[in-house]
Write a protein that binds this ligand. Structure first.
Ligand SMILES: [Zn+2]
Length: 165
């Protein structure tokens, strides 16, 4: 994705209040991020561990999504979970159920969309083989990085479509 600024990020949120978008913690190292390797910018709020954010381009428009991570019950060290965007498998704690309030009327009625995502939101790097999941098993070894990136982007866009409706 193209590099974006803190102002771009704050203006992009579609499913939280203007106040939350203004106050939320934006990554400090925006200038140093490997933008060419990112399909979306995702981060956790260091001050509020249950909060996570994702910003991506959808039809050339930046879309920011506020997420709530559910910690859930630990299922033990040996259990594995898979991210629904990049399909990376992680050992316990590497994947979390994250919920996004839907936009518009659906959101006002309390509708949300839940997805299992890498807890560090580094799906773009996992798909490109630039980051390895701790203890994760590589599946789909037959896919090239380009194919994994395309699949991650397709999953990302259907997630955005579900939130925006
Ligand atoms: Zn992922």
């Amino acid at each position: 994705m193209r590099p974006i600024t803190e102002r771009d990020i704050r203006a992009s949120f579609v499913n939280c209040s203007k106040g939350e978008a203004k106050r939320l913690d934006v990554p400090k190292d925006l200038a140093d991020l490997p933008w060419e390797d990112l399909d979306f910018l995702g981060w956790r709020d260091p001050g509020a561990p249950e909060r996570a954010y994702l910003v991506a381009e959808r039809e050339s428009v930046l879309v920011g999504i506020a997420l709530r991570a559910t910690s859930g019950a630990s299922r033990g060290f040996t259990s594995r979970s898979m991210c629904s965007l990049c399909l990376t498998t992680h050992t316990s704690g590497g994947v979390a159920l994250m919920t996004a309030r839907r936009t518009g009327e659906a959101g006002r009625q309390g509708n949300s969309v839940g997805q299992y995502l890498c807890t560090d939101l580094a799906c773009s790097l996992y798909a490109r083989g630039k980051k390895k999941a701790a203890g994760g098993a590589a599946i789909d070894e037959s896919l090239t990085p380009e194919e994994k990136v395309a699949r991650t982007q397709a999953n990302l866009h259907s997630f955005l479509d579900n939130v925006i409706g």
